[in-house]
Write a protein that binds this ligand. Structure first.
Ligand code: COA
Length: 273
């Protein structure tokens, strides 16, 4: 596949099934997500909670939050995407997990990566957030109307009830709580001033290494340059080289203690200026 075979555009709510599918099959290969959502390894059906909560989160980003922009990469029919696990004796566990989840996502959850928008297949996404900058109105954005505020209040009440009375099946709940606390501390130190935050980045596991992730990050680089602000993101050590290739520098470390069997996890904090 050449870079000309895919294109980028801003996502709409029609892309939510594709985003959920990519999250479960491909973003789960991000080591931090993998640890926080560790119950997905033991029972694929736990992913119905991931779908439920992330659907809310994506919908809210797409419709109510002018500071969030989700960019998707898509390919047309001429690009062949494997539909089955390759026949090889040397399949890594990480690939096996992705293929198992892909089958579950299609058959049980009924999610398709082929969008209703134009019949193309979504093969990657980046979630960007303008921090300290007022975001721009987008197509479909519902503004700060009374209806939206009432809906947000109801959502907040519902999410409070869930937090207190429902144990999510898809998450390692104690670790997730620790993660949120530790993230707040890290943000106090590093999320200062105005910048573009890269919140999530993902390429379809069947299409990695073809330049899609690079193109998605370049979209952010162009947008941040136009506004004269830096980009920041937190990543894991295995991805540091990917960001360095794109001109990012490591500006700090976020240490999450005791993530598994007493072992700490070091998350490099990367900045592009
Ligand atoms: C990280 C990720 C988005 C990269 O996307 P991608 O489409 O495979 O990246 P590209 O094809 O644009 O890669 C560009 C270059 O970086 C390299 N690269 C990609 N991921 C890398 C990694 N984790 N470590 C080192 N190099 C990497 C590629 O080999 C390629 O090198 P080349 O230019 O010499 O050919 C993708 O691997 C992914 O979705 N991973 C799982 C989720 C995740 O970890 N997201 C990042 C959260 S911070």
């Amino acid at each position: 596949m050449t870079p000309n075979n895919f294109s980028l555009r801003e996502a709409t709510t029609d892309d939510i099934p594709a985003l959920l599918s990519l999250l479960l099959t491909s973003f789960r290969r991000f080591p931090l997500f993998d640890i926080l959502y560790e119950p997905l390894h033991t029972n694929l059906d736990h992913a119905s909670d991931t779908i439920y909560f992330w659907r809310w989160r994506l919908k809210s980003s797409l419709l109510n939050n002018p500071s969030a922009v989700i960019v998707v990469a898509e390919v047309d029919h001429s690009v062949e995407i494997p539909l089955d696990l390759p026949a090889s004796s040397e399949i890594l566990q990480i690939d096996r997990d992705s293929w198992d989840m892909l089958r579950w996502v299609i058959s049980t959850a009924g999610l398709s990566q082929c969008t209703k928008v134009n019949g193309k297949t979504v093969v990657g996404f980046a979630i960007w957030k303008w921090e300290g900058i007022v975001g721009e109105y987008k197509e479909g954005y519902r503004g700060n109307s009374m209806v939206v505020r009432v809906e947000e209040t109801l959502m907040n009440i519902l999410s409070w009830l869930y937090k207190h009375f429902y144990t999510r099946k898809d998450q390692n709940v104690p670790l997730y709580k620790e993660y949120l606390l530790s993230e707040t501390e890290m943000e106090k130190q590093y999320h200062r001033g105005s910048f573009l935050l890269l919140d999530n980045l993902c390429t379809d596991f069947r299409m990695m290494g073809l330049g899609i992730g690079t193109a998605l990050v370049r979209w952010g680089i162009e947008s941040a340059s136009a506004k004269g602000v830096p980009i920041r993101t937190e990543t894991t050590e295995n991805n540091q080289a990917f960001y360095e290739k794109l001109g990012f520098l490591k500006i700090g470390e976020w240490i999450m203690s005791n993530v598994s069997d007493g072992v700490d996890m070091t998350l490099p904090i990367m900045e592009w200026i």
